[in-house]
Design a protein around this ligand. Structure first.
Ligand SMILES: [Zn+2]
Length: 438
């Protein structure tokens, strides 16, 4: 039994009546395959605007779509698309079964792009399929928007927000996470109070309710604090313990820098003081041993930090008193950076001690921050939008978060877990290797 070329392609494209293939034009020189589609004359179509069936064709318009390659040959579909006149006014193109409205790609090409975007950068896709990246972004925007429109945030109660710099320098992106589900719920530009409002409206667009939010975890940025107080009246704020410790580390670093200027022993010890004792390398341990009997200000600051670290493990009865004693010690340390840090904590006392009750932190966001970093790299030199971030984060979200923990120390390779496979995206976001079953 033989089958005609046209019939074969009709099958492959899943075309049904009244659509049929009129011509398949293959140019080996032009490395291109052109498939021409037409419709049976006299056929009527439903109106794309109001849905009225059986509308007569008013006129036709020539359109072209990029389809999946036929082996290495670019493939295009051409068709004179009928237009019908709507009783509500205007002449509209009818829907074609192989492409969505307004797209220059067929649905199958769309799917391929979305699939590829889960594994490689848009730049890499653009190169691979030889298209301008703007066209690929448009496809991603459409499908991400589609996926987002179905989100349901009605159960969201605890939210963590953190900002990450988007480009070297000044641009920031704020990421919001549902802390109960460890799931990204919103990403937007900026790190001011308006980002909190942006989250609120997005939450409400997706069946969420600002009054349901009873916990918010953030850093001590006044913009976040006032934004949360204004937009989420029922939320109690817990300051992220990692940010509190970061403040303390910055204080130590200031003390060390000052002391180092007249004590050469402290040269090259910066990272020692930022670590916890159990994480020191053998060499750092030796250095630490040689310094610990000296009366160093840096060492004093370090002890104060270790005491602050122990605060997070206090129980509800001891916590308040513990932090008060710590505060007394820190403010009497005669180390100005440490005193400043203690005063900042004092100013944010309730939100700091809240941790003992809520036990929430933004630790999970650290993982997503590196994802955003990866996303950022992949969008190098391109206007990024929130959908894009969301897209990156929402696909196999959990797997991706896990994957950042699998990041090999010392290399910047990004790994993604997908089903039973581990995909190594290398440093550039291109697939380097795929391990495991298909
Ligand atoms: Zn109509």
């Amino acid at each position: 039994m033989s089958i005609s070329q046209e019939a074969l392609f009709k099958l492959a494209l899943n075309l049904e009546d009244p659509w049929y293939i009129t011509l398949i034009d293959f140019s080996a020189e032009g490395k291109q395959l052109d498939v021409h589609i037409d419709f049976e004359s006299g056929r009527k179509f439903p109106c794309a605007k109001c849905g009225k069936p059986e509308c007569s064709v008013h006129d036709t318009i020539e359109r072209t779509w990029r389809h999946l390659n036929f082996f290495q040959f670019k493939t295009y579909i051409h068709c004179r698309v009928p237009r019908t006149e709507c009783k509500d006014g205007g002449v509209k193109q009818v829907k074609v079964p192989w492409a969505r409205k307004g797209s220059g790609f067929t649905l199958l090409m769309d799917s391929l792009i979305v699939l590829m975007a889960q594994h490689m950068t848009v730049t890499a896709i653009a190169e691979m399929i030889d298209e301008h990246d703007t066209r690929i972004w448009r496809v991603l925007e459409y499908y991400v928007g589609e996926a987002r429109s179905n989100e349901d945030f009605s159960e969201v109660k605890s939210v963590g927000v953190d900002e990450t710099s988007r480009a070297k320098g000044h641009k920031y992106v704020s990421v919001f996470i549902d802390l109960d589900k460890s799931k990204v719920v919103h990403v937007c530009e900026g790190k001011d109070a308006s980002t909190i409002e942006s989250f609120k409206s997005d939450l409400e667009l997706h069946k969420g309710c600002s009054e349901n939010i009873n916990n918010f975890c953030c850093d001590m940025s006044p913009a976040f604090i006032s934004g949360i107080e204004n937009s989420f009246p029922n939320a109690s704020i817990t300051f992220d313990k990692f940010h509190v410790m970061k403040l303390m580390n910055e204080a130590i670093d200031k003390v060390r820098r000052e002391e180092q200027s007249h004590n050469v022993l402290l040269k090259k010890t910066r990272y020692l003081w930022l670590k916890n004792p159990e994480n020191l390398t053998i060499k750092q341990n030796e250095t630490f041993g040689s310094l610990k009997n000296l009366r160093l200000k840096t060492l004093k600051a370090y002890s104060i930090k270790l005491a602050l670290r122990d605060f997070w493990n206090q129980d509800q009865h001891s916590a308040e008193g513990y932090l008060k004693r710590w505060y007394f010690w820190a403010t009497h340390s005669r180390l100005n950076p440490v005193i400043d840090c203690a005063k900042t904590i004092k100013k944010h006392w309730n939100g700091v001690t809240n941790y003992i009750k809520t036990k929430i932190s933004n630790g999970i966001l650290e993982g997503t921050n590196s994802l955003i970093q990866a996303a950022k790299d992949s969008a190098r030199g391109f206007r990024i939008n929130k959908e894009f971030y969301y897209y990156y984060l929402s696909e196999d979200r959990k797997a991706r978060i896990q994957s950042t923990h699998m990041k090999q120390r010392g290399t910047k390779n990004v790994f993604v877990v997908q089903g039973c496979r581990l995909i190594n995206l290398g440093q550039e976001g291109n697939i380097v290797e795929v391990l495991g079953k298909n």
